[in-house]
Design a protein around this ligand. Sequence first.
Ligand code: GLN
Length: 479
Amino acid sequence: MEFANLSLTEIIELIQNRKVTATELVSYYISRIQKFKAKNAVLEVFDDALLIAKEKDDFAKSNSTLPLLHGIPVLIKDNISYKGHRLTCASKFLENYVAPYNATVIQKLIDAGAIILGRTNMDEFAMGGSTENSAFGVAKNALDDSRVSGGSSGGSACATALGLACFTLGSDTGGSIRQPSSFNGVVGLKPTYGRVSRYGLVAFASSLDQIGPITKTAEDTAIVMNIIAGNDEKDLTSSQINVPDFTHKLGNNISGLVFGIPTEILNLIKKTKYFDKYQKLFNYINSQGGILKEVNIPHYEMSLPVYYVLAPAEAASNLGRFDGIKYTKRDESAYSIDEIYSFSRTKYFGEEVKRRIMLGNFVLSSGYYDAYYMKAKTIKNLLKTEVTKALDECDVILMPTTFGEAFKIGEKSTDPVSMYAEDMFTIFANLTELPSISIPFDKGVSGLPLGLQILGRHFDEETIISVADYFQKNYKEKA
Ligand code: GLN
């Protein structure tokens, strides 16, 4: 049987109705990963996956009811801890590191019956937007070998698009779930900050990081969120707020729903070659009884500089723990403790990671702290106030996920600033802590997918998932 084009929902139905076994599923995906090896989306298939599948099948023989994700193979981004398995963050520094415990999301998936199949390629320590910063080679776009799969969860998005697992997990600090999802034509959700536990996720910028699913459909997103969301005493930033059934609003129409379009973003879209595609979408929304409303986020354009001060500052501090002593490789020529730190970090961190650490330490240093770091924090708060006001006037906010289709491998890798500018539409949701989902909604000039972002109020993933589902099922210009 072919599973690559089936949604998670469809595969759950097959396995629950005993039309397929866990062993068949795992074997299928392993051979498919092999077939698409040249894409470099998957760094490792865990060698116990088939054994676990066998245990699942044995369990199914003697139990009439099965947990929801029974036998469902999942690929995880290589920065999420799975006990006893390698985790490298696509860095030479952590090449031999084995996770000593399960991330909460992994534990929840396992408890729901899922099989963790392997780990996916990413930009080193999640810093980047193309997977070109991986120490283990670029992950190619699922639809075009000459293009990037995006980043930093490029391997996960490519794997979901190619059907190398039923779904994948990514992490999103400034767009790393949504941008690669957009580039590969799949659905990616960055949940509200605090909605999903980050316990066991290797920290990049702790005030912005979130784990989220990358799936084929919005309906699948809801199913995964039902498993992974919720408060966790091991993550103090995780919220106590009630977790709804994320499938609850699926099937709702958009009549009467108010769609906010920030004027500042409209002006940016006008500068791209795809303004007509958004106009077409807006007309469709109107025709379905949705209400379009221009809203304002006056300091929107400050998002990019604010992010590129705050994220490196937090990264510089988080990455201090990789010192050649505790978890990582050590440069053997080092003699003194200072040499162990500096030789090991110099040798094993990649260029972009070093750039971020230097940038972060610079903005945190005395004399610059107030001028850069504190100012950025102030504007972050201002953006939050502005968007809260905007969301008083509308139910959801629409914006592009990216300026256009996936770019060519090598096109931006020598120019960090042009790479950073790619994040113009995604970092806003991280800075304001809002949930945001990206879905493919149209195609660009090369016939590759374009992503649309739907942002919602804090902890209102339900609404944005249902709007995403509605567009996916009804909007005909979809990619
Ligand atoms: N592209 C952004 C960066 O390089 C976002 C990365 C992320 O979300 N992990 O920082």
